[in-house]
Design a protein around this ligand. Structure first.
Ligand code: FES
Length: 197
């Protein structure tokens, strides 16, 4: 009988110790998470914004806001990336020499990973939001349309890397913001590439 009581107490003590440990671990983790997540004020001032791209399907785009501006992430297919070079003759600045962007974007794909285009969704003419028109030969834009973005305000056109066409009002390519890959499924917009994992 005494042995049974002692055994019961021991089990109770073991359970209580485990619970205390779990609560302690939770309290220990809380300050870390709190310091890791930027506050609303920090975000408004331009803190990096993390984007989960794990559910972004090929040929689709997602939008987030960073520093009050729309940031677009487009997941491009191999065909989309492979067709970029052929568009060069139609473009005003195919090498992105005069555009606002990190150095890694001075090439046709304008991206850290060619599969993912990250650009500001702001027309470089007067700031309208261009529309995504990814399908080549779009009925509205003509049989020779290679796929890209179209600004409805004054007709500027951009390819699937945000590079501006010749002869349209927009003077430069869509801007590429600084960003880094945290891992395969997360992009940190506003972060320097040197901080990538
Ligand atoms: S604002 Fe886009 S073409 Fe004028």
């Amino acid at each position: 009988m005494t042995e049974q009581v002692d055994k019961g107490r021991r089990q109770l003590l073991t359970a209580a110790t485990a619970l205390t440990g779990a609560v302690g671990a939770a309290f220990a983790a809380a300050p870390f998470l709190a310091s890791w997540k930027p506050s609303a004020r920090a975000k408004a001032l331009g803190a990096p914004v993390e984007i989960d791209i794990s559910k972004l399907e090929t040929g689709s785009m997602l939008k987030v806001e960073w520093r009050g501006k729309p940031v677009w992430v487009v997941r491009r297919s191999q065909e989309m990336v492979g067709a970029l070079d052929a568009v060069d003759p139609l473009l005003a600045d195919p090498g992105s020499e005069s555009s606002e962007q990190p150095d890694f974007a001075r090439n046709p794909a304008r991206a850290l990973k060619p599969e993912y285009l990250v650009v500001l969704g702001v027309c470089t003419h007067l700031g309208c939001a261009p529309l995504s028109r990814f399908t080549p030969g779009d009925a509205e834009l003509g049989a020779d349309w290679p796929g890209g973005f179209y600004c409805p305000c004054h007709g500027s056109k951009f390819d699937l890397s945000g590079r501006v066409f010749k002869g349209v009002p927009a003077p430069t390519n869509l801007a590429v913001p600084p960003y880094a890959f945290v891992d395969d499924n997360h992009i940190l917009v506003g972060a320097d590439q040197s901080r990538a994992a």
